[in-house]
Design a protein around this ligand. Structure first.
Ligand SMILES: NC(=O)C1=CN([C@@H]2O[C@H](COP(=O)(O)OP(=O)(O)OC[C@H]3O[C@@H](n4cnc5c(N)ncnc54)[C@H](O)[C@@H]3O)[C@@H](O)[C@H]2O)C=CC1
Length: 485
């Protein structure tokens, strides 16, 4: 099967596509052709109201089903997603510009993993029994209610599923607002869930910019918000959620360290640096963009890295042999070009790349800077593009302190053959996800999330259940009630 690029309606509400052309038009631009390939409209107040009303209504019945019944729907949706992986990947490649080679293995498949995993857990969600002499307490694990998910543009299918799967497993309804830059794929996730048997209204998708997100998260009928986005947006969304004391999960940005000791397997370390900087053209939140290389292997590392960059193949991202796509948008390309200029201006040594490629498609060369120092802008700010900075170091204590000298705390990695040093390093890293001798894997079975400014809460794994459900304690007295008078 193939999907039409232009969706049947901008929004998916109450089990069907809906449209309201009174909303601001949002052009969908293909990052390769730079052509407009579809148009959706931002949700109007009437659309937002429809989404909230239907989610609220649907949630009660969904929560009343058994976990096994809910899980069956999610697992069916996982199967449909895998069957349609190719069509979903083609669509996501149109939307994001990421090479089909990547979207085929890392987007809908990862979304399907989440649906399958949480589908399996749904029937196993329980409270506990606490005996207190003859009396006892039992706890009920209950859903939060209506959850709002707000997505970034780099993994639109995956994010829509990663938020939807645990929310639905716990008996919540979800209203998902994709990024206005990549609005297409979440609609397919909604369609698939509906086809798999999710009741109308349990997973709605509405389009729009920040205002639509704000309108959703400030509505008193909303109980939780989960955002994947930048730190500045996280601050606004967290503050708005605080007004109503709503539950939050914040998956925000990063500036993660990747530390390579001179005893590391060089080839693996270079592979880790490539995965942590150039996959998805560098548009990955957990990227290890500050690559600390111990002085003894610095030159060998740079030589091998630049050698391997010769295998980069840019071109039409729908061509499966292409392994490096354009940036998601002209704006993102210009932001990254600004950082490259800043790196040069502040004295970093350009070892590879640095330029735009061609005049069609938002392609930037994979870029490597050496001799980067801690204070440089490219070593401090999240770039969200294919820019790798190599920083030199000598000692373990020194590099750990420098690795942690950032307000972010999403991820961190270490390459070394010394087992005890690897574990010492990860114990010392101030980050939510750490890697030893690899980088950037995010299996659904493992918690994923940040510390410090990179966020609160965890996605995936059993940990996500705590963020989409709440415990009710029930005290049961077996004897007479004692009172002072
Ligand atoms: N920690 C994680 O899991 C991930 C984090 N990210 C982070 O996301 C950022 C890149 O994505 P962008 O889409 O550019 O982020 P962004 O912060 O500009 O937008 C994220 C989403 O928030 C919405 N939004 C913006 N203002 C809002 C407001 N006031 N109220 C409610 N919603 C609002 C946007 O419409 C969009 O859907 C990077 O900083 C990256 O590190 C990206 C992927 C994964």
């Amino acid at each position: 099967m193939t999907y039409d690029i232009q969706p049947a309606g901008s929004h998916f509400i109450d089990g069907a596509y809906v449209e309201d052309t009174a909303g601001t038009p949002i052009p969908v631009i293909c990052p390769y052709s730079e052509k407009q390939i579809a148009t959706v409209h931002a949700a109007t107040p009437a659309i937002i109201e429809q989404a909230l009303t239907s989610a609220r209504r649907a949630q009660k019945d969904w929560a009343a089903m058994t976990g096994t019944e809910r899980g069956r729907v999610l697992r069916r949706a996982a199967d449909l997603m895998r069957e349609r992986n190719h069509a979903l990947s083609v669509l996501e490649t149109h939307d994001t510009g990421k090479p089909l080679q990547e979207t085929l293995v890392a987007d809908a498949t990862s979304g399907a993993d989440a649906l399958e995993y949480f589908g399996g857990l749904a029937g196993a969600l329980t409270g506990e029994h606490i005996q207190l002499g003859e009396d006892f307490v039992y706890t009920r694990r209950e859903p939060l209610g209506v959850c709002v998910g707000i997505g970034a543009w780099n993994y639109p299918t995956q994010i829509a599923a990663w938020k939807g799967a645990p929310a639905l497993a716990c008996g919540n309804a979800m209203i998902f607002k994709p990024s206005e830059t990549t609005p297409l794929c979440a609609l397919k996730v909604a369609e698939i869930l509906h086809e798999a048997g999710a009741p109308a209204g349990i997973y709605n998708v509405v389009q729009g910019m920040g205002e639509v997100g704000q309108a959703l998260i400030t509505d008193p009928r909303v109980n939780k918000v989960s955002l994947t986005g930048s730190v500045p947006t996280g601050r606004k969304v967290y503050a708005a959620a605080a007004e109503g004391i709503r539950h939050v999960t914040m998956e925000l940005g990063g500036k993660s360290p990747l530390v390579i000791f001179d005893d590391a397997n060089l080839e693996d370390a270079v592979s880790g640096a490539i995965l942590g900087n150039f996959y998805s053209s560098g548009q990955v939140c957990s990227n290890g963009t500050r690559v600390f290389v111990q002085r003894g292997i610095k030159q060998a590392f740079l030589d091998r890295l630049t050698e391997r960059l010769k295998d980069v193949k840019m071109g039409d991202p729908q061509d499966e042999s292409v392994n490096f796509g354009p940036m998601v948008s002209q704006r993102q390309m210009e932001i990254v070009q600004g950082f490259i200029a800043k790196g040069l201006e502040e004295g970093a040594r350009l070892v590879a790349g640095g330029d735009r490629v061609g005049d069609r498609g938002y392609f930037l060369q994979p870029t490597v800077f050496a001799d980067v120092t801690d204070g440089m802008t490219i070593a401090q700010d999240e770039i969200f593009g294919p820019v790798l900075s190599v920083l030199d170091f000598d000692e373990e204590d020194e590099v750990l302190a420098r690795a942690n000298a950032t307000d972010f705390g999403l991820a961190a990695g270490v390459f070394t053959q010394d087992l005890t040093r690897a574990h010492r390093m990860v114990a010392g890293f101030e980050a939510g996800t750490c890697y030893i001798n690899t980088y950037n894997l995010a299996p659904v079975e493992a918690p994923f999330g940040g510390s410090k400014l990179s966020g609160v809460g965890r996605e995936n794994s059993k940990a996500a259940i705590e963020h989409y459900s709440q415990m009710k304690s029930v005290y049961v007295a077996m004897g007479a009630v004692e009172a002072p008078f």
